[in-house]
Ligand binder design. Structure first.
Ligand code: SF4
Length: 243
C-alpha cells in the first residue's frame, strides 16, 4: 500500500476525539480540496503533493502491523489521502489488524467516493463528503474535483448498511458558511442520514483559523441540531505531520 505516514497520537475529530490512536495515513487522493480561505487540504502532501519525499511510499501490510504492535492501542485510524482508493489492500490490512488485536477499534476516514469489502472489518466509517466550498476554483483540477466529490450511489450504500445495523457511521462536514448547510440539508433529504451522526467541523489549519470559524460553526450546529467537533490536533500541535 502507498503510505504517507504511520504514527501514534490522539484522534482530534468526531465521535472518538481524544482517544489514543495509531494512525495509518495512505498516500494519494482522488480529490483536490481548496477552500475559499485559500487553505489547501490539511494533508496536501498526500493529495496536491503526493511526491513529497517525506512520504513513506510502498509499505507492506506486515510492516504496518509490526509498527502497530509497538503501541497496541485500541483505536486504529486509517486515513489519507483517500484510503478507500486501495479497497482490496484495505480489506487485507483491516483483517490483519483485527488478527493482531481482535479488540481493536478500526475507523476509516473517507471522502465517501468508494466502498468495498473492508467495511466488514471496521468499527466506524467516518464519512466526510466534500461540499462545493472545497472546489479548487481557478485551478486546472476544478472540473475533476467538482465532478467526483459526491458519489450519491456510494453514500446511499453506506447509509443503507448503517440502517441495516451493519455499520457504525459518522458524517463529518467541513463548515465554511451557511451555503454548506444548504448543501448538507439537500444531501440529507436525498440520503436520509440522521442528525445525531452529523458533525460540523470548522475549516482551518491553524489555531487562528479555527478561532475565526468556530463561532459560526457552533451557531450552525445549534440552529440545525448537529454535533460540533473541533480539531484537537491542530489546537495542540498546529498543522504538522505525525500528530
Ligand atoms: S478529500 Fe481529504 S485528503 Fe483528499 S484533497 Fe480533500 S481533504 Fe485532502
Amino acid at each position: 500500500m502507498k503510505i504517507s505516514e504511520l504514527f501514534y497520537s490522539i484522534q482530534g475529530e468526531g465521535k472518538r476525539a481524544g482517544m489514543p490512536s495509531f494512525f495509518i495515513r495512505t498516500n494519494y487522493c482522488n480529490l483536490r480540496c481548496m477552500f475559499k480561505s485559500g487553505n489547501l487540504c490539511d494533508t496536501s502532501y498526500t493529495s496536491w503533493h503526493p511526491d513529497d519525499d517525506k512520504n513513506l511510499g510502498e509499505t507492506s501490510i506486515e510492516s504496518i502491523s509490526d509498527k502497530y504492535r509497538e503501541f497496541l492501542c485500541k483505536d486504529i485510524v486509517i486515513t489519507g489521502g483517500e484510503p478507500t482508493m486501495y479497497a482490496d489492500e484495505l480489506l487485507l490490512l483491516c483483517k490483519k489488524l483485527k488478527k493482531v488485536n481482535k479488540d481493536s477499534f478500526i475507523t476509516i476516514e473517507t471522502n465517501g467516493t468508494f466502498i468495498g469489502e473492508f467495511i466488514n472489518y471496521t468499527d466506524l466509517i467516518s464519512l466526510s463528503p466534500k461540499l462545493k466550498s472545497s472546489v479548487p476554483f481557478d485551478t486546472p483540477q476544478k472540473k475533476m474535483h467538482d465532478k467526483s466529490r459526491i458519489n450519491l450511489k456510494v453514500l446511499r450504500k453506506y447509509n443503507s448498511l448503517y440502517k441495516a445495523g451493519k455499520l457504525n457511521i459518522q458524517w463529518k462536514f467541513v463548515f465554511t458558511s451557511g451555503e454548506d448547510i444548504k448543501e448538507i440539508k439537500s444531501l440529507q433529504s436525498e440520503i436520509r442520514f440522521k442528525n445525531e451522526n452529523v458533525f460540523l467541523m470548522p475549516e482551518g489549519v491553524s489555531e487562528k483559523d479555527l478561532k475565526k470559524t468556530r463561532p459560526e460553526t457552533v451557531k450552525a450546529c445549534l440552529e440545525n441540531n448537529y454535533n460540533y467537533t473541533d480539531r484537537l490536533h491542530i489546537l495542540i500541535w498546529g498543522n504538522k505531520r505525525g500528530v
